[in-house]
Design a protein around this ligand. Structure first.
Ligand SMILES: C[S@@+](CC[C@H](N)C(=O)[O-])C[C@H]1O[C@@H](n2cnc3c(N)ncnc32)[C@H](O)[C@@H]1O
Length: 378
């Protein structure tokens, strides 16, 4: 019996658990000293989003997955900063009302930020700061200068003066360099007046057809507890990747809707046909070219040396639009740039539904502060 056949006998829950690497760390953080008095869990499914429209700014906006989740929960996007030209173009295309600064954040001056924001209150500052140095998928280098870009968020905090801060990163950020980088981040934000709660959230718990575990930092300037969304799905009823992309199976290649995939040579297609779910086309790639398991969420998706995962049923890699579906982007959200650049943008994004549940969870606390500003330290 082939490895694939015996593995297919796993139950859905067993399969899902075998794909999760950070459950233990997530549990540790739930009740940890770090989070004591800083975190509260909210039922985001009960939240009414029809009230006041709150404002967000997104530093390291990428294509805008995080912003979109907030946009869908009745927040308005005021500004994005993103150095990649294609990602900035995608953000600009999809968020008409926002001003996009397409440049290195280190070159963004406080004056230009002030000019864009004007007298608007920024209720939530979003920042999915770059993670390569923190990712367990790559080399973990505590000296990697990308690890220190979070200090740019702190530099711009006084001019943006947000009520809340929501930052996303890979779970490895909590353990790199024996947790020293993590401690440093917590201390630096505390000193800047935004003590952080941190939780490891599983995107599949929030209606995303993908196992994608993320560290989510939330802080605020009032000293109130930081709201996190309670999981809304459990492992039994997680969304399946094959179902999320089923209707695209017979769709022809169509750049208009980003339904484009890598052109494979005939002999590569023959080799892909031999790849079982969970296995990779190449021994040397741990995180790419893997066939997805049907019936469960996809493995974490990302662009890796030009490669993405293999379709659960077809003998080709998944398309940009299929990747976007697995990140819970709606079909009317279009990505700019050549196919490989869209893989990067989609793979970098915060899953929209995860961001949306975080956005909803924040609303009751924002409403309370809005209605009774004297009750909190402004
Ligand atoms: C993890 S991605 C953000 C994804 C985004 N939050 C989303 O949901 O779509 C990080 C982004 O930071 C951008 N970036 C990296 N270094 C930057 C810099 N120095 N200045 C501005 N943007 C930068 C990258 O191009 C990338 O798009």
């Amino acid at each position: 019996m082939s490895k694939g056949t015996s593995e297919q006998k796993m139950s859905k829950v067993e399969r899902v658990r075998s794909m999760k690497k950070y459950s233990q760390k997530a549990e540790q953080l739930q009740g940890s000293f770090t989070n004591l008095n800083k975190v509260k869990w909210v039922d985001s499914t009960e939240v009414d989003t029809s009230g006041k429209q709150y404002n967000v700014v997104d530093l390291f906006s990428g294509a805008g997955g995080l912003t979109l989740g907030f946009d869908q929960a009745n927040y308005s996007s005021v500004m994005g900063v993103e150095q990649d030209e294609d990602a900035a173009a995608t953000f600009e295309r999809n968020f008409d009302e926002a001003e996009q600064l397409n440049k290195d954040i280190r070159d963004v001056t406080k004056e230009e930020v002030k000019e864009i924001i004007g007298d608007k209150t920024i209720h939530v500052l979003l920042a999915g700061f770059p993670c390569p140095g923190f990712s367990i998928a790559g080399e973990r280098d505590p000296e990697d200068e990308r690890n220190f870009l979070y200090q740019e968020i702190i530099r711009l905090l006084d001019v943006i003066d947000p009520w809340f801060l929501v930052m996303e990163n890979v779970p490895g950020i909590t353990t790199i360099d024996d947790g020293k980088a993590f401690q440093c981040i917590l201390e630096d934000f505390e000193e800047a007046g935004y003590p952080l709660g941190v939780q490891i959230l599983e995107a599949a718990d929030y209606e995303v057809p993908q196992i994608r575990t993320r560290s989510v930092f939330i802080g605020n300037k009032f000293g109130v507890k930081n709201p996190y969304p309670k999981p809304v799905l459990d492992e039994e009823n997680y969304l399946a990747c094959d179902e999320a992309i089923a209707d695209l199976k017979d769709e022809p290649r169509n750049p208009e809707i980003n339904h484009e995939w890598t052109n494979h040579r005939e002999d590569t297609i023959e080799r892909i046909a031999e790849v079982e779910p969970g296995e990779s086309l190449y021994d040397s790639y741990k995180d790419a070219w893997k066939r997805q398991y049907p019936g469960v969420p996809s493995m974490a998706i990302k662009e890796n040396h030009g490669g993405v995962h293999i379709h659960p049923e077809l003998n080709r890699c998944i398309s940009s639009r299929e990747m976007a579906r697995l990140q819970s982007f709606p079909d009317d959200f279009k990505f700019e740039g050549r196919m490989k650049r869209t893989f990067v943008q989609i793979g970098n994004a915060v899953p929209v539904n995860l961001a949306n549940h975080v956005a909803k969870a924040l609303r009751p606390t924002l409403d309370e502060i809005q209605e009774n500003p004297d009750a909190v330290n402004q």
